[in-house]
Design a protein around this ligand. Structure first.
Ligand SMILES: [Cu+2]
Length: 145
C-alpha cells in the first residue's frame, strides 16, 4: 500500500519520537542537575590542628609543621566553621590563609583556638596554608559545586 504524500510514514514517526525523547531527556536531566542538590546546605564544623613531623628542619631546609587534616571537603553554599587549635608546646603562632576569592588570613597563638567562619560560595579546589610554615604546612579545601 502506498503512503499518501503529506503523511508521515511509521519509520519517520519513530525517528522523530526517538529524537524528541533523547533531547527532552537530556534537557530534563540537565535541569535536575542544576536545580537540585542531593544534600541540603549545612554548617560544617571542622577541627583543624597544627601538627609536626619528627625531622631536623635545618638538615632538610624545611619547616616540620603540617596541618591535620590537610584536606577539607564541603559543598557549595555550606557554612564552614573551622575551629583552628594551636597545640604547640612552645610559644609559636600559626596561621590559616586562603587567597582569592575567600581572602582569609587568621593567626592563632599557642594554646588558643581561632574560630573561622565563612560561606563556601565559590566552587573549586583552594590551597590553605600557614604563612609562617610553607611549603609544608598546607592543605586543600575542596568546594563541590
Ligand atoms: Cu604554622
Amino acid at each position: 500500500m502506498k503512503t499518501p504524500s503529506g503523511l508521515w510514514s511509521t519509520a519517520r514517526l519513530l525517528i522523530v519520537v526517538a529524537l524528541v525523547a533523547t533531547v527532552g531527556g537530556a534537557l530534563v536531566g540537565t535541569a535536575v542537575g542544576y536545580g537540585f542538590h542531593y544534600e541540603a546546605r549545612q554548617t560544617r564544623n571542622i577541627y583543624l590542628f597544627n601538627n609536626g613531623l619528627d625531622f631536623n628542619e635545618t638538615t632538610f631546609g624545611l619547616p616540620h609543621d603540617t596541618f591535620t587534616p590537610d584536606h577539607i571537603t564541603v559543598n557549595k553554599g555550606d557554612t564552614v566553621v573551622i575551629h583552628y587549635i594551636n597545640i604547640e608546646d612552645k610559644p609559636e603562632k600559626h596561621n590559616f590563609s586562603i587567597g582569592v576569592p575567600y581572602n582569609i588570613d587568621v593567626d592563632v597563638a599557642q594554646g588558643q583556638t581561632a574560630v573561622i567562619t565563612f560561606t563556601a560560595n565559590f566552587a573549586g579546589i583552594f590551597l590553605y596554608y600557614c604563612k609562617y610554615h610553607t611549603p609544608t604546612m598546607e592543605g586543600y579545601l575542596t568546594v563541590q559545586g
